[in-house]
Write a protein of this length. Sequence first.
Length: 191
Amino acid sequence: MKKNLLIALTGSIGAGKSAAGRIFAELGMRVLDADKLAKKVLFEDLQAQAQIREALGDCCFEGGQPDAKKIADAVFADEKKLAALEKIIHPRVEKLWRQGSAGAEVCVVEIPLLFEKNLEKNFDICLTVFCSEGVRVQRLLQRGMSLVEIERRTGAQMPQSEKVARSQTAFFNDGSVDFLREQIELFLARL
């Protein structure tokens, strides 16, 4: 296995990135989650909070703290607000995953908008987790998302088929976690 390998793990919302990330971690890989890093920036970076308040307004804060749901509602309804938020958050998240991957033999970064934000050039290998549309929507409904929220978030992402086409490897995740694990183990055995 190549040392200091930086792997991007992507997929549409509900496809199974988190499940795949857990499997990579269980198999000894360092795993960083861009969404968790974004939340760290949102809730811990006071300069970022000030910039977000300026870009989105006080309506996205509750009791002086950012309200993630209100922020999501605001930005997924307005492309300019989404772009403004991404301009604040994304560079800070990239800095965190670069710091977090330093020194790792293999580091996997879960990054939902990998191809949408043209970040693939920063990685040695790009992987996509995908599943059938019906399974994906059902998973999101079970998480409590409405069909409107699902459509809005899906609309902000590249189609699964394009993510698969742009990746070096793709994992099909309609079945069991064991089947996903088998695919990941096979991938790692071939590195």
